[in-house]
Design a protein around this ligand. Structure first.
Ligand SMILES: NC(=O)c1ccc[n+]([C@@H]2O[C@H](COP(=O)([O-])OP(=O)(O)OC[C@H]3O[C@@H](n4cnc5c(N)ncnc54)[C@H](O)[C@@H]3O)[C@@H](O)[C@H]2O)c1
Length: 424
């Protein structure tokens, strides 16, 4: 039985570990965070992901999945550690560097090392290989290395891990083929082999494409107010065109990928990556746009010092992931403006930020404006009649186009939607 050592047991590393364990591999998961290791060893999840609890229990009970804070010798090493950006929007590769250093004493002749973290092009070649060379093994001959970027979306990780097409990029042909063979054990999608740097480029290009497209939608949302249209309706109609696929606007772009990865490209060649940087800035300005709209609504309703009820902390619907969430930026801007608020997210079950409450009622009771920041199914299903009894002045601002205007208006709410001049 082949043994895999997975470094980093987060949103990517943990599901990847349990899926390999389920498909006949002996997996040893490693995380530097002792709390994470303890929880996983006790079959407790610290991230929400459909199906993951059962899959984790099965993996541990079968004896095919062990965890600790230290790597072990194995046939394959998979690195799935964070790759954030610094304050000045440059790639922080410290985790990738450290994880590579951590595994180097354990690699043996014939092993395969795979980087799953999303990284700027040339990271495998320029950052990982010099460290791995310290093992004394001949790179490409005795030690194979590849990049296998991940395309899964939180909320559907376990199904997408299997179904998605993958790109695997080897430092040479053998590394690419060995990586393809490994993932073929469970991947039902197509696996395309390329070189490591192209694979790195492809992954960041994909997320940058989405960021640019969302920035376009956000710009259209601003223009719609001048044009006097509902941009959601206009985009839906434009997307009837067989070759048009415009994304949708919102209060900002969050998460660990789209809000981060485009900077990896922008930083490669700032002179020539102007559109990429502009798109990032456009999306980063959306929390300010959201707060400006809230202030306009306050003026319209003559609310000098209202209490806001913010709904949603995570960066997208039906997940508990609040990394880079626009809600956090909206809160920061409201703090600066001295506007009072409480915030509730049914997916975030622990107190994570100030002004967070643990129930919808505690957030809405005595408030003046409800602002929907995340399109959780939970919020779509709220009965406005109940909230009418809790709120002081029934006003709702939907930044995600996820609330039914008619139902809320019927219940007596003044309804506003981001990018919709018709609801002004
Ligand atoms: N989350 C996603 O949906 C997604 C999708 C595609 C790609 N990615 C990429 O995958 C990578 C991992 O992302 P994630 O969301 O799983 O991150 P995460 O923060 O959820 O998990 C990373 C884990 O790595 C651990 N870690 C850090 N350094 C370590 C080390 N030296 N040894 C062992 N453990 C270490 C951390 O403690 C953490 O638990 C990132 O590069 C990310 O951009 C993420």
């Amino acid at each position: 039985m082949k043994k895999i050592c997975v470094i980093g047991l987060g949103y990517i590393g943990l599901p990847t570990s349990v899926i390999f364990a389920k498909h006949g591999f002996q997996v040893h998961g490693v995380d530097v965070n002792e709390i994470v290791v303890k929880k996983i060893a006790n079959k407790e999840l610290y991230i929400e992901e459909p199906g993951l609890q059962e899959a984790l229990e099965e993996a541990i009970d079968s004896g095919h999945f062990t965890v600790s804070t230290k790597p072990e010798t194995a046939d394959v090493f998979i690195v799935a550690v964070p790759s954030p950006i610094t304050k000045d929007k440059k790639a922080n590769l410290d985790f990738v560097r450290q994880a590579t250093k951590d595994i180097t004493p354990y690699v043996r002749k014939g092993n395969l090392v795979i980087l799953e973290s999303t990284v700027p092009p040339r990271t495998v070649e320029d950052v990982m290989l010099p460290i791995l060379k310290e093992s004394g093994l001949e790179i490409g001959e005795e030690l194979y290395v590849a990049h296998s970027p991940e395309r899964v979306i939180p909320g559907k990780i376990l199904t997408e891990l299997i179904k998605n097409n993958r790109i695997v990029g080897g430092i040479n042909r053998v590394s690419g083929e060995l990586t393809k063979e490994l993932y073929s054990s469970f991947v039902k999608g197509e696996i395309h082999i390329t070189d490591a740097t192209t694979a790195e480029m492809v992954k960041v290009m994909e997320n940058t494409y989405r960021d640019l497209n969302i920035a376009f939608a956000n710009e259209l949302a601003k223009l719609s107010l001048k044009a006097g249209v509902n941009i959601w309706e206009a985009i839906q109609l434009a997307n009837n065109h067989p070759r048009v696929n415009i994304h949708y606007p919102g209060p900002g772009v969050g998460g660990h990928c789209i809000a981060v990865d485009p900077w990896f490209l922008a930083d490669l060649d700032p002179e020539n990556a102007r559109m990429i940087a502009l798109a990032r800035e456009t999306n980063d300005q959306m929390p300010q746009f959201t707060v400006d709209r809230i202030k306009t609504i306050m003026k319209e309703h003559k609310l000098a010092s209202p209490k806001l009820a913010l709904l949603g902390l995570s960066f997208k619907g039906n997940v508990d992931d609040m990394r880079e969430s626009p809600s956090l930026s909206v809160m920061e801007l409201l703090n600066k403006e001295g506007i009072e608020y409480r915030i509730f997210d049914p997916y975030i079950k622990e107190q994570r930020v100030p002004h967070q409450t643990m129930s919808l009622e505690d957030t809405v009771l005595g408030s003046d404006i409800i602002v929907v920041l995340t399109d959780h199914k939970y919020f779509k299903e709220i009965d406005p009649k109940t909230l009418k009894n809790w709120i002081n002045s029934p006003i709702i601002y939907d930044t995600r186009n996820c609330i039914n205007e008619e139902t809320w208006e019927k219940a007596g709410f003044s309804f506003y939607r981001l990018g919709d001049a018709k609801t002004r």
